[in-house]
Design a protein around this ligand. Structure first.
Ligand SMILES: NC(=O)C[C@H](N)C(=O)O
Length: 321
């Protein structure tokens, strides 16, 4: 029996073409059908294609995420569908993948992929990534993985995947965690699994949550601005174990007193935010003021999770980080 895979195209470089007026690439110019036509698949796979958006992924918003989630849920109403592939621009791909991971409970594979080189560029990775993503989405073993990203043969977990290169075809990895396996031609080799799968039901709109990154001498004035312009949550990207200038800590207190949730992350690529030091502006001080320590969450992932938790109206936000 054939395996039915549904491809949902949203835009990005994988669907880009050259605009004759500028000579530059326009992301999202091509349809899903344009892409699938150039992708020769194994005979056991039946592909259905839907073009949802024509977006450069820097234009993705929370509204688009909701539309994409609803489209996937609609596709999964067909019990014969083995899995879904989402093609997406690489700029915000990891955020969309994690959103889908957090909000879709169906165990069937959702594989997100993209390309660093346009189909119009020599040596494009568009069709190899797409083909491998489709092969993976058709596989039973991919069911236990949650949402994954397939890029340059690697299978990467949504929770940890990160775009680490602006242009190289090996553009994604999962720093400190590694990939779960890879797709080699038509073979899927898995040697890891995601340990924890959490799914939340959204009860209200995804709220505005901002990331504020600290550097030497930052005084936290943007925290006040975020609070005053309606942020419901702030991810504070701190140094190392979770330190900021004491002036920033004062602003954190200001935000928390006004009901804004603050999650502290680290700007380092690996490692945990943890209570180690006792001086002002440390994780100890921030926690005492009511901030949540975001452990090893990358700031973008912490921000997506905080937005989802707030929209899911769950009580214990701290316990979920
Ligand atoms: N490689 C890419 O897809 C980048 C593109 N700017 C996008 O995210 O839409």
């Amino acid at each position: 029996m054939k395996k039915k895979v549904v491809l949902i195209s949203t835009g990005g470089t994988i669907a880009s073409g050259v605009n004759p007026e500028t000579g530059l690439l326009t992301s999202g110019m091509l349809t899903g059908e344009d892409l699938s036509k150039q992708c020769v698949l194994p005979s056991h796979i039946e592909l259905k294609v839907e073009t949802l958006f024509h977006l450069p992924s820097n234009e993705m918003t929370f509204d688009h995420l909701i539309q994409l989630k609803e489209k996937i849920e609609q596709v999964f109403e067909d019990q014969e569908v083995a899995g879904v592939v989402v093609t997406h621009g690489t700029d915000t791909l990891e955020e969309t993948a994690y959103f889908l991971d957090l909000t879709i409970g169906d165990g069937r594979p959702i594989v997100v992929t993209g390309a660093q080189r346009s189909p119009a560029t020599i040596g494009t990775d568009a069709f190899s990534n797409l083909r491998q993503a489709i092969i993976l989405a058709a596989r039973e073993e991919a069911r236990s993985l949650g949402t994954v990203v397939l890029f340059n043969e690697k299978i990467l977990p949504a929770r940890y995947v990160k775009k680490h290169h602006a242009s190289n075809v090996d553009g994604f990895n999962a720093p400190g965690f590694g990939h779960l396996g890879y797709v080699d031609e038509e073979e899927v080799i898995l040697y890891g699994k995601t340990v924890k799968k959490e799914t939340y039901e959204l009860k209200s709109e995804l709220p505005y949550v901002e990331i504020i990154k600290c550097s030497l001498g930052s005084d936290g004035r943007l925290i006040k601005y975020a609070v005053e312009t309606g942020a419901k949550g702030i991810v504070l990207e701190a140094f190392g174990r979770g330190q900021v200038h004491p002036a920033v800590a004062e602003q954190v207190q200001y935000a928390i007193e006004r009901g804004v949730i603050v999650v502290v992350t680290t700007s380092t690529a690996e490692g945990n935010v943890k209570v180690v030091y006792d001086t002002p502006g440390t994780a100890y001080d921030l926690q005492k003021k009511g901030a949540i320590l975001g452990r090893d969450y990358d700031s973008k992932k912490a921000r997506m999770k905080l937005a989802v938790l707030l929209a899911a109206e769950v009580g214990e936000i701290k316990e979920r980080f």
